[in-house]
Design a protein around this ligand. Structure first.
Ligand code: ZN
Length: 716
């Protein structure tokens, strides 16, 4: 058990005791309070008397305090098991968004902010950045437009876009489609997946209900031997949320209209001007260059995969049509890795039970960044809960909570709270992501408010005989998301606006992407591993039951298994990156039409499918005469509605920064504590409080370069 002083954080964690009614009331109260702060500033300050302290400071403090509640009010829609609570949470977010739109268009406040900017007071750099961003935001929110019909229309569009975004995500969260399959149709899918599927009754007697949640979807696409099954799953998955199709279209058209109202040539130009890339041209050039470098590699990979498919079909006595389909890829990619590289993902997963892997990852962060993680359980939950009730400090019984501290070398102070919500359940957000629950900032009395951050994931649930086991790619995902969580925890900004992952979108992935490299480093993999059979007698007997008399496994993952795994890092990598490019290029295509008419006429689903075929070079259902509208992938593409619009490219371009940082600073010794702490303080701690290019350049000792990125991809 942790020492006493690490069990009593100086700041109580938030509570999750909301009701549907309280969520709405709280949102209304927050809005009213915030509106009053703005009204008071306007009432008490004139352009002549306006200063940073009299205008920006109260607004920023209100923003800080509001975020302590507003993020959580919106969070329930992603994690609550109660429909009513989720609905209220969506509604609350809508109310708050409407208010933000209204506030962002207040001309009376803008005049004061403008007056402060003109005065050019001497203020600290983070405050100056806040002032400049705030000023620019008003212009970007339509206050550069003359009052009247144009500005009103702009505001109307903003409101509608906010509603769409909430509805779109809600539809995705609540999507509960699936397909009834016979066991025969699912032949090849691992037994522990099948045993978790709902069993049919009546007309579906003997069948299993396969959902589109990750723990069902991916193993099926990888292991189901029957191509018809995979095809059916893939096509249905691209049609699982078609109520989002019109919402997506409406969004794209409205964004284009709004950007043109403001005088931008298109939405991409509007979105990218304040990012690291600055212009769509930079992005188009980067994506185009990457595409041309990857295309030949992709062709070569498909050729080899086709050989595999041919052999497989011949062995099964089926006729081979010479095509490589979208639903073939995960299956033959997996088969190739197993056959050519003796890579057994299931075997590797046995060495990565979820709980010991998490403990190992936290230990890496402890050593690298000088942190201490203390899980808060049992009695301690009651002790730290402001209500005295331990269950109030989590939103579901599955959730783990940690108090995070600095180690002695870093001053022993409190850092914040980390939550892990790891398993799927109905109505829960379906991917893996990090959510900020409370930002950090300096409060009105000059004290630091500590952040709270949550990982929401969907790993396979444990059973009595087997813990939740992570595939290597899930190990990578977990480390990636934890990376966002750490960024969110160790940031030390004055204003919540710049806290943690509140950086520009084309930088925000870089820290997490850099950390993924640890999951490809033999020493780190070894230390993270622990075979599940060594964890308990129950697990051991569970393992023995299916081990068919094999000798007991080593406790840690054997070196040759690691070596094999690492040899596969770049196998079929061109195809993987071409898939990312498809997302990025589709995003840029729908957000930079030649003119407004062009976007109104654009067949969005067909464009999505066509680009996918052209870029990945794999055949889709269109090759089987199913037309170009066979699926509606855009309707499940939450990123483009949830804030990554004209920003998906950032996943690729930030890899330029992440590989540069890794190769330059960490590759030689990923656990170097001096470099780890330097990284923590020079990069993570800054959040978005200074220009991200400055942050990078200071850390690297020079501006970033693309060399390591292309070299790592084998494209140099
Ligand atoms: Zn990420």
């Amino acid at each position: 058990m942790a020492p006493e002083h690490l069990r009593r954080p100086p700041q109580a964690p938030p509570v999750f005791t909301a009701t549907a009614q309280s969520i709405i009331e709280d949102a209304k109260r927050l809005v009213a309070t915030s509106r009053k702060v703005q009204d008071d500033v306007v009432a008490n300050v004139t352009p002549e008397s306006a200063s940073f302290a009299s205008v920006l400071k109260p607004l920023a403090q209100d923003e800080n305090v509001m975020a302590l509640e507003s993020h959580i009010l919106g969070f329930y829609q992603a994690v609550s098991t109660e429909q009513q609570l989720r609905d209220a949470s969506s509604k609350a977010e809508e109310l708050m968004d409407e208010f933000f739109i209204e506030a962002a268009m207040r001309e009376d406040v803008f005049k004061l902010v403008d007056a402060v900017l003109q005065k050019n007071e001497s203020i600290d750099p983070e405050s100056r950045r806040l002032l400049e961003k705030e000023h620019k935001d008003y212009i970007r929110n339509g206050l550069g437009l003359p009052a009247g019909p144009k500005r009103d229309r702009f505001k109307e569009i903003k409101k509608r876009l906010s509603q769409i975004s909430i509805e779109f995500q809600k539809n995705l969260n609540e999507e509960n489609e699936g397909i009834w399959f016979t066991r025969e149709e699912l032949d090849g899918v691992p037994e522990d997946v099948l045993s978790g599927l709902k069993k049919g009754e009546g007309e579906n007697d003997g069948k299993l209900w396969l959902t589109f949640k990750y723990p069902d979807l991916f193993p099926t696409m990888k292991y189901a031997k029957n191509p018809e099954t995979r095809k059916k799953v893939m096509i249905q998955n691209e049609n699982k949320c078609n109520q989002n199709v019109p919402l997506f279209r409406e969004s794209i058209i409205l964004r284009d209209e709004a950007a043109r109202l403001l005088g931008y040539p298109n939405h991409a130009a509007f979105r990218i001007e304040d990012k690291m890339a600055k212009t769509p041209d930079t992005v188009n050039t980067f994506l185009g260059d990457l595409r041309s470098r990857l295309t030949a590699g992709g062709q070569k990979e498909i050729k080899e995969l086709l050989e595999f498919k041919k052999t497989d079909f011949e062995a099964r006595g089926e006729s081979f049509d010479g095509r490589y389909y979208l639903w073939d890829h995960r299956f033959y990619d997996r088969l190739m890795l197993e056959k050519n590289f003796s890579l057994d993902q299931q075997l590797i997963a046995e060495y990565f039970p979820l709980q010991t892997t998490i403990a190992g990852m936290l230990k890496i962060f402890e050593e690298l960044f000088g942190l201490v993680f203390v899980e808060i359980t049992g009695e301690d939950r009651q002790q730290v809960a402001p209500t005295g009730k331990g269950s109030d400090i989590v939103w579901h019984e599955d959730v783990q909570i940690f108090g995070v501290w600095n180690d002695e070398g870093e001053g022993s102070g409190f850092v914040g709270y980390l939550y892990l919500d790891l398993f799927p359940r109905p109505g829960k957000y379906g991917h893996a992501a990090n959510f900020n629950l409370q930002p950090g900032f300096i409060d009105a009395n000059g004290n630091r408010h500590y952040p709270a951050t949550a990982l929401v994931c969907n790993f396979t649930k444990p059973t009595p005989k087997k813990p939740s086991l992570l595939k290597h790619e899930e190990v990578v995902t977990l480390f990636h998301e934890l990376g966002h969580g750490i960024h969110d925890l160790v940031a030390q900004t004055t204003y919540s606006r710049f806290h943690g992952t509140n950086t520009v979108r084309d930088f925000v992935e870089a820290p997490s992407q850099m950390l993924e490299n640890w999951c490809w480093t033999p020493s780190q993999l070894k230390s993270l591993s622990k075979h599940y059979s060594t964890l308990s007698p129950e697990y051991l007997s569970g393992w023995q039951e299916q081990a068919e008399g094999k000798a007991p496994p080593a406790e840690q993952i054997p070196d040759e298994v690691i070596a094999n795994l690492i040899r596969t890092k770049h196998v079929n990598d061109a195809l993987f990156n071409l898939r990312q490019l498809h997302f990025g290029i589709f995003d840029m295509t729908v957000h930079q039409p030649a003119d407004h008419e062009a976007i109104q006429k654009l067949p969005i689903s067909a464009t999505y499918n066509k680009l996918r075929h052209e870029i990945t070079q794999m055949d889709g259902p269109e090759a089987l005469n199913m037309g170009e509208e066979w699926g509606h992938g855009e309707a499940t593409f939450g990123h483009l509605i949830g804030g990554y619009d004209a920003g998906y490219y950032g996943y690729l371009s930030s890899q330029v920064y992440s590989t540069d940082m890794f190769y330059t600073v960490f590759k030689a010794d990923p656990m170097n504590p001096t470099e780890g702490r330097r990284y923590r303080h020079q990069v993570l701690e800054k959040g978005g409080s200074q220009d991200e290019m400055t942050t990078l350049t200071e850390f690297l000792g020079r501006p970033p370069k693309t060399d390591a990125f292309y070299k790592d991809l084998g494209l140099a």
